[in-house]
Write a protein that binds this ligand. Structure first.
Ligand code: AMP
Ligand code: GLY
Length: 425
């Protein structure tokens, strides 16, 4: 079968790399793809991830047997609905299911309705409403979240309601609520370690993937702004044991899938729960309607079973007849190399050396033996090891080796403390 991966980031490179290992897969096309996906099949260069008509037409013409949707923008634009309507088995929820990610207000109301543990919250549609809620705030620190998609940049953690009030006043006054909407969610600030749990589901059956931890802040020791992800590791056994995972399945995943079904939404794809392990138990910080980035880059290298078989079963509603995936005992650590200045401004980088280690390219193109990157999150360098600590050493050695090969004048930034908190097991 021919598979299509929609997207152009390191997550999509990891998906294409793993899908290409399946005996079921002849080649993996990617739309628009990147320097890494180009090794596994044709890149549909110039095809935007939201271009439903083009994606449908070309998938039909090229007899795509499975489409796997990477980014949230494509899901929110209804690309899965369009592909499915054209009879193409598609992994990724339709626009209705994707609202779990594309609207934080919808997600919070969905969680409240379905008894899914999450922080207390208020929703506001304008400055007056927001300030009223903040005046009456009784729950300590406030996390302010823009409702719409903002690439991980629409969340600000505030120590006090006064700080939150100043922030939202500015957002509304200058019409710069991230994502461009007017709705915001004000949340009780929780504390505790975080972990990401992803499941593959056809809406009826769900198989859990190995848990992972990601690092969202730009700087070491979780300093600096939130980003799209600076690195991660799997398993997350320092945060989640088997018992906690079973609890998350019972209290979060199953009620979410039941809730979707009750709302008449057929959810076929990955459901991602971003969790905080609090004194009150696991609480959902966010749902994503897709594979996590960089979680995918550290979970897939550990996957022992056939990814194409798993995703095809979810896309065709036959997951109950497919064995749950298994993961190797080894650990994986991933470090994201970014352009300097990320997540603020970042310029393109040209003439980067290719990679020999298991590393996944962000948005980029191959030019002969070198790679041109658009900047931002340039490369996720990963390594496996017997323990997280071993994998960490190997990943950082690979990072040093790579930056040592960069041409003069080119610098890449990365955090030095990914997985450092995981002690020798
Ligand atoms: P989100 O995109 O909603 O997952 O938020 C991004 C990051 O902000 C999370 O990974 C947390 O580190 C932090 N965060 C989000 N919600 C909360 C909360 N209610 N309490 C404390 N931290 C939060
Ligand atoms: N790693 C968080 C995300 O994919 O949104």
């Amino acid at each position: 079968m021919k598979v299509l991966v929609v997207g152009s980031g390191a997550r999509e490179h990891a998906l294409a790399w793993k899908l290409a290992q399946s005996p079921l897969v002849e080649s993996v096309c990617a739309a628009p793809g990147n320097a890494g996906t180009a090794s596994h099949g044709e890149n549909w260069t110039g095809v935007a991830v939201t271009a439903s008509p083009t994606l449908v037409e070309r998938s039909a013409a090229e007899k795509i047997g499975l489409a796997v949707i990477g980014p949230e923008a494509a899901l929110a634009a209804g690309v899965s609905d369009a592909l499915r309507a054209a009879g193409i088995p598609t992994f990724g929820p339709g626009r209705a299911g994707a609202r779990l990610e594309s609207s934080k207000a919808y997600a919070k109301q969905f969680m409240a309705r379905n008894g899914i543990p999450t922080s207390r919250f208020r929703i506001a549609h304008d400055a007056k409403q927001a300030l009223k809620h903040l005046n009456e705030w009784e729950w300590g620190g406030v996390v302010v979240k823009a409702d719409g998609l903002a690439s991980g940049k629409g969340v600000v953690v505030c120590d006090t309601s006064e700080e939150a009030a100043a922030l939202v006043e500015g957002w509304y006054r200058d019409h710069r609520v991230p994502g461009g909407g007017a709705t915001i969610v004000l949340e009780e600030r929780l504390s505790g370690p975080e972990a990401s749990v992803m499941v593959v589901t056809d809406g009826e059956t769900a198989h859990m993937l190995a848990p992972a931890c990601d690092y969202k802040r730009a700087g070491d020791a979780d300093s600096g702004p939130n980003t799209g992800g600076m690195g991660g590791y799997s398993p997350a056994s320092d945060v989640l044991d088997e018992q906690a995972l079973a609890r998350i399945r019972r209290e979060v995943i199953d009620p979410a899938l039941d809730g979707m079904r009750r709302d008449g939404i057929e959810y076929r794809g990955c459901l991602y729960a971003g969790l905080m392990m609090t004194e009150r138990g696991p609480m959902v910080l966010e749902f994503n309607a897709r594979f996590g980035d960089p979680e995918t880059q550290v979970v897939l290298p550990r996957l022992e079973t056939d990814l194409a078989e798993l995703l095809l079963a979810a896309a065709t509603g036959t997951l109950a007849q497919t064995k749950p995936p298994t993961f190797s005992k080894s650990a994986c650590v991933g470090v994201v190399l970014t352009s300097v200045g990320y997540p603020g401004t970042s310029a393109p980088l040209v003439g980067l050396p290719d990679v020999e280690t298991s590393a996944f390219w962000g948005t980029s193109t191959r030019r002969g033996s070198v790679v041109d990157s658009v900047g931002g999150r340039v490369l996720t360098v990963t390594a496996l090891g017997e323990s997280v600590a071993d994998a960490r050493i190997a990943a950082y050695e690979a990072c040093s080796a790579y930056v040592g090969k960069l041409p003069a004048g080119v610098t890449l930034a990365f955090r030095r403390d990914i997985a450092a908190r995981v002690k020798l097991e």
